[in-house]
Write a protein that binds this ligand. Structure first.
Ligand code: UDH
Length: 370
């Protein structure tokens, strides 16, 4: 009589564990340079795990998010090779599940970055409805540190805080250009991006304004103050929608001249608390913080300036992307225009979708300025 060998295998596969919050294989600062020539063959050779269409998922853990990376594009093949060369390995180390989408504007009419990104959002979701995070990146911006994690956060994310061309500093507090990221729900909350910025500039400020418009304290802010009598026109704060009049018992917010009370996200930052202005003697600063603040607003989050560094591939201004002279007036009106101009009003004609080994190319006709 023979004894049957056990069929129990000791090598049964273990279920994958969720990827760690901080990926273990990051290397930190990176050397980024654009002097050695780059070829798509090399990028392909060096990234064999990337699937057709520029998709990747970590093999050894369950990624927490599915990220679509959207790049507005026209005639920048040279930059794209460097972008793919640097970004695929970085994203792999960051343990994200991702897909790269090049949103290529068809024809030679005026370029429209934000509209292309709206198209990217729609088309990426058509390709895979599981995307829950969208990162919008210029093709010429390469992060210099892989701790700048390309994923979505509780609040809208601005990644490109320290670009070399701005001396590795934020050029101004409300800058939201270069590389940014929004979850699906954050994106939809602001009705996506504007479609009506043709040519260079302004669209990133419009997006920043959209985010701040949602931070409007009128929705559920439990901030209130006590101020007898009319105290004049007070603190100007773009976060809260401009200058407000502090009359008696507004029940919503109290502003003191020169002092601004920021209602941001779920926390309330109060500056200048404690110095009751003499012109409003009945102000009681202790009343400013109500115990339960329920704000569903948004606040831009950013990486540390030492980590959010970027190199930009130098280039001349592109043809058909001249500075848009209307941009200054337009960004004054975001609050009015954002409801009608955005993902809800987006129209385009798909020309072609082609799956390349390192990215998915979406060529689209988006019209021209009126
Ligand atoms: N883009 C294209 N093709 C174009 C225009 C823009 O692909 O024809 C995309 C690309 O992803 C680019 C992004 O849109 O990274 C932003 O456009 P941009 O690079 O022109 O904007 P940036 O502010 O440069 O980076 C402005 C021109 C600087 C001229 C400097 C001359 N020394």
């Amino acid at each position: 009589p023979s004894t049957k060998p056990s069929t129990n295998q000791s090598t049964t596969e273990k279920p994958l564990q969720p990827c760690q919050e901080t990926p273990p294989g990051l290397v930190g600062r990176l050397l980024i340079e654009f002097s050695s020539p780059m070829s798509m063959e090399r990028v392909q050779r060096e990234n064999p795990d990337v699937r057709q269409g520029g998709k990747y998922s970590p093999p050894d853990c369950l990624p927490r998010q599915k990220v679509a990376i959207l790049i507005p594009f026209r005639h920048r093949e040279h930059h794209l090779k460097y972008w793919l060369h640097y970004l695929h390995p970085i994203l792999r180390r960051q343990k994200v599940a991702y897909g790269i989408y090049i949103i290529n504007q068809f024809g030679e009419d005026t370029f429209n970055r934000a509209k292309l990104l709206n198209v990217g959002f729609m088309e990426a979701l058509k390709d895979d409805e599981e995307y829950d995070c969208f990162i919008f990146s210029d093709v010429d911006l390469i992060p210099m540190d892989d701790r700048n994690l390309y994923r979505c956060y509780e609040q809208p994310r601005h990644f490109a805080v320290g670009m070399d061309k701005f001396g590795f500093r934020l050029p101004y507090a409300g800058y939201f250009g270069g590389v940014s990221g929004l979850s699906k729900s954050q994106f939809l909350k602001i009705n996506g991006f504007p479609n009506e910025y043709w040519g260079w500039g302004g669209e990133d400020d419009d997006i920043f304004n959209r985010l701040n418009a949602i931070a409007s304290p009128w929705t559920g802010v439990a901030v209130w103050g006590h101020c007898h009598g009319a105290c004049g026109t007070l603190g100007h704060d773009t976060d809260l929608g401009g200058a407000w009049l502090c009359s008696s018992w507004l029940g919503t917010a109290l502003f003191n001249q020169g002092q601004v009370y920021f209602a941001r996200g779920l926390t309330l930052e109060v500056s200048g608390l404690g110095s009751v202005p003499p012109w409003c003697p009945h102000t009681d600063p202790t009343l400013l913080l109500a115990p339960s603040i329920s704000l569903n607003g948004m606040k831009v989050s950013r990486p540390d300036i030492r980590i959010g560094r970027y190199r930009m591939i130098k280039h001349e201004r592109d043809k058909h992307n001249e500075p848009n002279p209307q941009r200054f007036t337009k960004i004054q009106n975001t609050k009015m225009t954002m409801k009608r101009d955005g993902i809800s009003s987006l129209q385009y004609r798909l020309v072609e979708i082609s799956r390349q080994p390192m990215y998915t190319n979406i060529t689209v006709e988006i019209g021209r300025p009126p």
